[in-house]
Design a protein around this ligand. Structure first.
Ligand SMILES: [Cu+2]
Length: 120
């Protein structure tokens, strides 16, 4: 085998590998969901997710610091005043999961809930 042929094969392999990586990444692209926290509610207040599909939950604050914690899913994210934070996770079980605000934000703090419906 001559040197040029080997170089060509190596280049073709590298190209093919790069291409299949890109395709795999596109397939695994997480679903992006934006939620706004504002005293004393999350908007939207309910979200439906697919079991096994990766999610990026983007939490924005419209006022003071807030947070959201789904105890049963072991997911938590906090956000500063007027800030944006995100948390990546993949729901691995179906059901309804209620998340509560995890940063004390005033008199209605205890009523701040976001319900995740995880379906097959
Ligand atoms: Cu709060």
């Amino acid at each position: 085998m001559n040197r040029k042929y080997i170089q060509l094969v190596l280049m073709a392999t590298a190209l093919a590998t790069g291409l299949s990586c890109q395709i795999a990444r596109a397939d695994a692209a997480p679903q992006r969901i934006e939620v706004t926290a504002k005293r004393f509610a999350f908007e939207p207040g309910q979200i439906t997710l697919k079991k096994g599909q990766p999610v990026v939950l983007v939490l924005k604050s419209a006022d003071v610091p807030h947070g959201i914690r789904f105890r049963d899913l072991n997911v938590e994210v906090k956000v500063g005043a007027h800030g944006t934070s995100e948390v990546h996770f993949t729901p691995e079980k179906t059901g309804d999961f209620v998340g509560h605000c995890s940063v004390f934000c005033g008199s209605g703090h205890g009523e701040m809930v976001l319900t995740l419906h995880v379906v097959e």
